[in-house]
Design a protein around this ligand. Structure first.
Ligand code: COA
Length: 280
């Protein structure tokens, strides 16, 4: 069912297919993230988690920017003397990005249409897949502002790129285009700007063809083991596998094995499992 809701700083549209488009909607401020934007995003993502019409979440920006990072005026300068306001905004950002979106059961795609600076890297890291326009511009500009990449930007950036590149780009503030972002590990793939939406929809459809439960467990497993040592990861993945077998309403594992081993009508290395029509 198609749905549309406009907030002060964000536009949310769910198409009839299952893609929910979340658009940072402050193009005149290059979609800089204000305290209001963070509070709205927290509410939106909390709601989408249980929204049956949302199968994939796409995060993009209005105009020529994905997000120019934290709003230097509203988030930083205006809250310098308002610790309560700063706490509320910082907590909302942490919740929507590093909790709700990072751990969402729904797959997420960042469709990066333009500028992506500073604090926007935390939002970017929260998305599972990053599709960038070749002419998008990424950068850690903090060094030019007299600040460090705080608010976990240094952490998520250092997790995406090599140690050497983390130091280089944080210390120089040099910008990175979409192609280079793929090379560095910031983006999953880059495409010409005019193909950005088409490619995003194609990948969203590919994801929607999978079992939602298997997809949710897969992304959570990949994310969770990053912070574990070998032994912890073995234990965790063993338990997570058993949990999936118990929880999967489609019993994808049993059906996949039956169709490959017994019925010889499915080859998982060559084609996606055909899900029951009623479950799509
Ligand atoms: N915080 C607050 N306002 C911002 C902003 C930010 N992070 N980024 C852009 N804006 C505002 C500008 O102040 C300007 O407002 P105004 O119209 O009231 O003057 C408006 O957005 C347009 O910005 P402008 O610089 O004219 O646009 P541009 O297209 O020429 O350049 C950027 C776009 C993103 C390259 C440039 O705005 C920029 O460098 N922004 C800062 C990015 C940054 O350092 N982010 C990290 C913060 S930690």
């Amino acid at each position: 069912m198609a749905k549309k809701k406009e907030y002060t700083c964000v536009l949310v549209e769910t198409d009839g297919e299952g893609i929910t488009w979340i658009t940072f909607n402050r193009p005149e401020k290059r979609n800089a993230m204000s305290p209001t934007l963070h509070v709205e995003m927290e509410e939106i993502l909390f709601g989408l988690e249980t929204d049956e019409d949302t199968k994939v979440i796409v995060l993009t920006g209005a105009g020529n920017s994905w997000s120019a990072g934290m709003d230097l005026k509203q988030y930083f300068r205006e809250t310098d003397k308002d610790p309560v306001g700063r706490f509320r905004a910082a907590t909302a950002h942490r919740r929507w990005a590093t909790e709700l979106l990072t751990w969402s059961r729904k797959p997420s795609i960042a469709m990066v249409n333009g500028y992506c600076y500073g604090g926007a890297f935390v939002s970017l890291a929260a998305c599972d897949i990053v599709i960038a326009a070749e002419n998008a511009t990424f950068g850690l500009s903090e060094v030019n502002w007299g600040i460090i990449p705080g608010g976990n930007v240094s952490k998520v950036f250092g997790d995406m790129v090599s140690y050497r590149n983390a130091l280089f780009y944080a210390m120089t503030g040099r910008t990175i285009d979409g192609r280079k972002a793929v090379e560095l590990g910031i983006a999953t793939l880059s495409v010409p700007a005019e193909k950005l939406r088409e490619e995003t929809v194609a990948i969203a459809r590919e994801l929607m063809a999978k079992s939602p439960m298997v997809l949710a467990y897969t992304k959570q497993a990949i994310r969770a083991v990053r912070g574990m040592d070998m032994d912890q990861a073995y234990e965790y993945l063993g338990a997570k596998s058993m949990a999936l077998r118990a929880a999967d309403p489609e019993q994808t594992r049993a059906r996949g094995m039956r169709e490959f081993l017994d019925e010889k009508k499915f080859r998982p290395g060559l084609e996606p499992l055909k899900r029951p029509v009623s479950e799509k």
